[in-house]
Write a new protein. Structure first.
Length: 100
């Protein structure tokens, strides 16, 4: 997930990903902050996620660069891009993995 100055939306999006009906030790969230100046980094550091959450800050470089950064830091074999304004249903990850 990439974000840029959208802290006001990010909490809901992350909360939905934290509450997936998928084993929490089988997925990770890689969050790339594309140069936010709205306190996004401070907000993320206050979170207590139930799954692995990796926060990466990069100087503003755009969405494509941010997604590539996320891919480089991901540990899994399946990658799902999701935007910071999407509130995922609780079965998103389970259904996505099922299609593979």
């Amino acid at each position: 997930m990439c974000t840029y100055n959208r802290k006001h939306l990010l909490g809901r999006a992350l909360e939905a990903l934290f509450n997936q009906n998928f084993p929490r030790d089988e997925y990770e969230i890689v969050l790339v902050d594309d140069g936010s100046t709205d306190g996004t980094g401070e907000f993320v550091r206050t979170l207590k996620p139930p799954c692995k959450l990796e926060y990466i800050y990069q100087p503003n470089s755009g969405l494509a660069h941010g997604r590539n950064q996320g891919i480089r830091h991901a540990n899994g074999h399946i990658i799902l891009f999701i935007d910071d304004d999407i509130v995922a249903s609780s079965n998103l990850l389970a259904e996505h993995v099922k299609t593979h």
